[in-house]
Design a protein. Structure first.
Length: 242
């Protein structure tokens, strides 16, 4: 029986080891560089909010003159401008809720009006890892989450389900959660200065300034704490499109 040459055996073994090594090297490069990672689209869909106006005018000064009176009654007193100037009492995510409050105000003699406000969609595309994608989704939904929290706090405060002290504690919790989302975003995207990432970074800074004003309880003359909560979420949602 003919023996298999030692050199041939060595060559075959070496070839196998070389193939395994090359394969491992290529797979490592693919994983570390995301060479074949598909481009992902992370987006926030267009949303609509329903702002309840309690006073309108073609002249902004008219609204400035009366907004403090409404802020004493727990209204936001936020001035929104589109075709004319609107003094906003609050904002609702559901049109039926806004209409219900409008009808109640109309019975009491207010010429209330519901103004639909569309928030445009925003999206980013890139080779994002699963972690990056999750952080971006949290960032894009951050304003909606803050609105929901502050809206619930203001309703609970107005209906005396919670005290003002409890409301302030919940506001602090909302601010803390926002700071966590902001810091996580900066940790992941600190060295990323792409246009869309910079837009998100600027948006975080804008929202942070508005929320800080709430946590510091910077009330206007005669303004209630409930009014301050409402004008805070109005600013977060509407300032950029006002």
């Amino acid at each position: 029986m003919k023996k298999f040459p030692y050199f041939t055996t060595f060559a075959v073994t070496l070839s196998v080891l070389l193939c395994v090594s090359i394969g491992y090297f290529i797979s490592t490069c693919i994983v570390s560089t995301n060479l074949f990672q598909l481009t992902k689209k992370v987006e926030s869909a267009q949303t609509s909010f329903y702002a309840l106006s309690i006073y309108t005018s073609d002249n902004e000064d008219d609204l400035i003159a009366v907004k403090k009176d409404f802020q004493k009654q727990n209204c936001a007193g936020y001035i929104y401008h589109s075709d004319k100037f609107y003094l906003i009492a609050s904002v609702y995510k559901n049109a039926n809720d806004a209409e219900l409050v409008k009808n109640n105000l109309s019975v009491n003699g207010y010429n209330a009006e519901v103004v639909k406000v569309d928030i445009p969609a925003f999206y980013l595309e890139g080779n994002f890892s699963s972690q990056e994608e999750e952080i971006l989704r949290l960032a894009l939904n951050c304003k909606d989450k803050i609105f929901e929290n502050l809206y619930d706090i203001s309703i609970s405060l107005d209906t005396q389900i919670i005290s003002e002290t409890e409301a302030k504690l919940k506001v602090n919790e909302t601010y803390s959660n926002f700071e966590t989302a902001k810091n996580n975003f900066e940790t992941i995207f600190k060295s990323n200065h792409l246009n869309d990432i910079e837009k998100l970074r600027s948006e975080f800074e804008r929202v942070e300034e508005i929320l800080e004003n709430l946590t510091k309880e910077n009330l206007e003359e005669g303004q209630t704490y409930s009014s301050l909560i409402k004008i805070t979420y109005c600013k977060i949602l509407l300032d950029e499109i006002n």
